[in-house]
Write a protein that binds this ligand. Sequence first.
Ligand code: MG
Length: 397
Amino acid sequence: MYRGQSVVVIVVAAGQGTRAGGDGNPLPKQYRPLAGVPVLQRTLSAFIAMPEVDLVLPVIHPDHAGLFAALGLADAKLLPPVAGSATRQGSVLAGLSALEPHAPRYVLVQDAARPLVSAEIVLGVLAGLENSPAVLPVIPVTDTIKRSADGATVAATEDRHTLFAAQTPQGFDYPAILAAHRRAATLSGEFTDDAAVAEWAGLKVALAPGSSRNLKLTLPDDFARAERLLHGDRQMETRIGSGFDVHPFEPGDFITLGGIRIPHPKRLQGHSDADVALHALTDALYGALGEGDIGRHFPPGDPQWRGADSATFLAHAAEMVTSRGGRIVNLDLTVVCEAPRIGPHVPDIRERIGGICKISPSRVAVKATTSERLGFTGREEGIVALASASVELPRED
Ligand code: MG
């Protein structure tokens, strides 16, 4: 039904986007990660993925060209970004004007800060465009709405059944909205959305279903809400990994094991602090992630890791789980040695590992055994550690 390059989406991302900050994050909100993916990238990708959409045009702030390039987006449907202006209305007009060579039949105007836009909303807007030059997705207002003239007392109660909250993408007949925006640009006031420009120009604006999920990221809390919605969508899978490590003894007066110091007439030899238990756990997490091993991330030949606190390695592996939108389900550690006695230190070790991985110690098991005086551990030449990790990760295929 929509043939050729007849549906183009303008994604308006030209705002400074600082209002959703408040936590010291210097990035404009449209470039901030939402569940690991920048907001603008999510919004653009949502439209690029829709077969009904032929082209997508980002309108960005002139100062954000570097940020946009850093997204590394490339797609045949994605047009090079155009620079917006100081007002939203001016930015939309810049986008509409840039589309003239493409002469689309329909244009949808989308706020970058609504990354959870769905195909259903877009299909509803496109269906409405068959009978109306302008279509506005809306949701019913559920709160009772009061009017107040002074901000202190109620003047009237509105009939909420006649009220709707406007969302994007707002859809338009392209020549009609381009003409309306050009005329509106000569006025002194500013319209807050494009449907208002269409209304002012006398175009009939039809309503289409929006969605409460299609929220606009405005305040810091909105990011948390959107991430919960996104995580709810993702299918998780459980993965396991295993780790094994050995370190020999050398003369000394304590060992570092499981992130704590245990007095002992020998110490463990190694490039870092030689914490054999944390090394095995770190490899177990890398194993669950399919991310190689500790030597790949922290090469033993690199002088910066000499004497390093192995908590750094384990924390790195744990953070990789979180950054991929996953979580550690449990860790299981077995230490093999004749001495020192590990049992009395188990509660402290569980506490410490839980702290490094930012999980409850109840998810950390620590066991110790001897090797019945057999082999190198039996001869007290070193310590063996074995570990398993179970993690939950978003499914990728
Ligand atoms: Mg090691």
